[in-house]
Design a binder for this molecule. Structure first.
Ligand code: APR
Length: 317
C-alpha cells in the first residue's frame, strides 16, 4: 500500500526557486513539516512565516518554518531539495560557477549524509547534472535516491510550445526531453504526441524544428526577458511534480536526471532519461527506442556533462 505524504521536507535555498517551491509544496499539504533553509539570516524565516500565514486561507495543515541552521533544518528529512547556489553572472566563467556551486552543495550533501541518511534528494542547483553527480558522490547514497531536475522542467517547456503551436490544452501534450539541462538537451519528437496522435503528423517539420530549438534555449529566453534573474515558476512546478511523485509514491514516469550505469550506452554520468519515480526514488530506468539523430544528440549531451565532470575532478573542493 502506498504511503501518502511525508513527515518532513527540507528545501535548501530560500531564493526565487526555493521560496516558490516551498509555497507550492505547502499548498499541496503533502508533508507534516516543511523547512526552508538559507544562509541569509531572516530570509528563510520570513518566507516560511509568510507562507504559513496563508494556511488558513489556502487550507493546508503543513507546519512551515525557516532556519539558518543547516543541521536542524535537514535533520530527519524524508525529502531534501537542493536549490541553493549562484546563478552565472556576467564575467563569471563556467568553471567559476562549477566550483562555487560545488562548494555550496558539498556542505549540504555532508549534512544530508549525517542527518537524513534515508532521504531522497532532488538536486536543482546548476549546472544541475554535474551537481547531482557530486551530491551523490559526497552523500554516498544509492543512485536511486539522488535525482536531478533537468528533464522535468525542459519537458514542461517542450510540451507548452507544442500545445501553443497546435492550440490545444497543454494537458493533452505528452512528451519529454532527454540528456542534459543545457544546449545539448534532446527534445524527443519521436515520442511526442497529443493524447497518442504523433506530433509529427500534426505539425510540419520546420515548425517542429523551431520548437526543438526554442526548448533548448528555454532558460535563456526567460533570462533575456527578465534581465536580472532566471526562471522560477516553471522550474518550481517541475520540482513539485517530482516531489509529489516521491511524497505520494505515485510511480510517475518522468524524465529525470539519474546516474547512468550502462543505460543508453553511458556510464558514470547524470543524464535525463525516462524513469519511474516514487517514495524510494527511482525504481526503474526505461530504455526507449530513439531515432538515430536523437541517439547522436544524446551522445553530444553525455559528452558535455562528462567534460564538466572532468573539470570538476580537477578542482580542490
Ligand atoms: N547555503 C544556503 N543557501 C545559500 C548558500 C549556502 N551556502 N549560498 C547561496 N544560498 C542561497 C542564497 O542566499 C539565495 O537565497 O541560495 C539562494 C539562491 O536563490 P536565487 O539567487 O534567487 O536563485 P534561484 O533562482 O532560486 O536559483 C537557485 O537553481 O536553477 C538553479 O541556476 C540556479 O543554481 C541556481 C539555483
Amino acid at each position: 500500500m502506498a504511503k501518502i505524504g511525508l513527515s518532513k521536507i527540507c528545501v535548501i535555498g530560500a531564493g526565487n526557486i526555493g521560496g516558490t517551491l516551498a509555497q507550492r509544496l505547502a499548498e499541496t499539504d503533502v508533508a507534516g513539516e516543511l523547512v526552508l533553509f538559507d544562509i541569509v539570516e531572516g530570509l528563510p524565516q520570513g518566507k516560511a512565516l509568510d507562507i504559513q500565514e496563508s494556511a488558513p486561507v489556502m487550507g493546508f495543515s503543513t507546519r512551515v518554518w525557516g532556519s539558518t541552521r543547516l543541521e536542524e533544518a535537514v535533520d530527519g528529512s524524508d525529502l531534501v531539495i537542493l536549490t541553493a547556489g549562484l546563478a552565472r553572472k556576467p564575467g563569471m566563467s563556467r568553471s567559476d560557477l562549477l566550483s562555487r556551486n560545488a562548494q555550496i552543495v558539498k556542505g549540504h550533501a555532508e549534512a544530508i549524509r549525517a542527518k537524513a541518511p534515508e532521504a531522497v534528494v532532488i538536486v536543482v542547483t546548476n549546472p544541475v547534472d554535474v551537481m547531482a553527480y557530486y551530491v551523490r558522490k559526497v552523500t554516498g547514497f544509492p543512485r536511486e535516491r539522488v535525482i536531478a531536475e533537468s528533464g522535468a522542467l525542459d519537458s514542461a517547456r517542450f510540451r507548452w510550445f507544442v500545445a501553443d503551436a497546435l492550440g490545444v490544452t497543454p494537458r493533452d501534450v505528452i512528451g519529454f526531453t532527454l540528456g542534459t539541462h543545457g544546449d545539448t538537451m534532446v527534445p524527443v519528437l519521436s515520442h511526442c504526441s497529443v493524447n497518442g496522435v504523433p506530433v509529427t503528423k500534426l505539425l510540419p517539420p520546420e515548425k517542429l524544428k523551431a520548437i526543438v530549438e526554442r526548448t533548448k534555449k528555454g532558460g535563456g529566453e526567460i533570462v533575456d526577458l527578465l534581465k536580472t534573474g532566471s526562471a522560477f515558476y516553471a522550474p518550481s512546478a517541475a520540482q513539485l511534480e517530482m516531489a509529489l511523485a516521491v511524497a505520494r509514491d505515485e510511480h510517475r514516469l518522468l524524465s529525470c536526471s539519474v546516474q547512468l550505469d550502462g543505460e543508453y550506452g553511458f556510464k558514470d554520468v547524470f543524464l535525463s532519461v525516462p524513469v519511474i519515480i516514487g517514495r524510494s526514488g527511482i525504481s526503474k530506468i526505461h530504455e526507449i527506442d530513439l531515432s538515430s539523430d536523437e541517439q547522436t544528440a544524446l551522445e553530444a549531451s553525455a559528452k558535455a556533462v562528462s567534460e564538466d565532470l572532468k573539470l570538476l575532478a580537477t578542482m580542490p573542493l
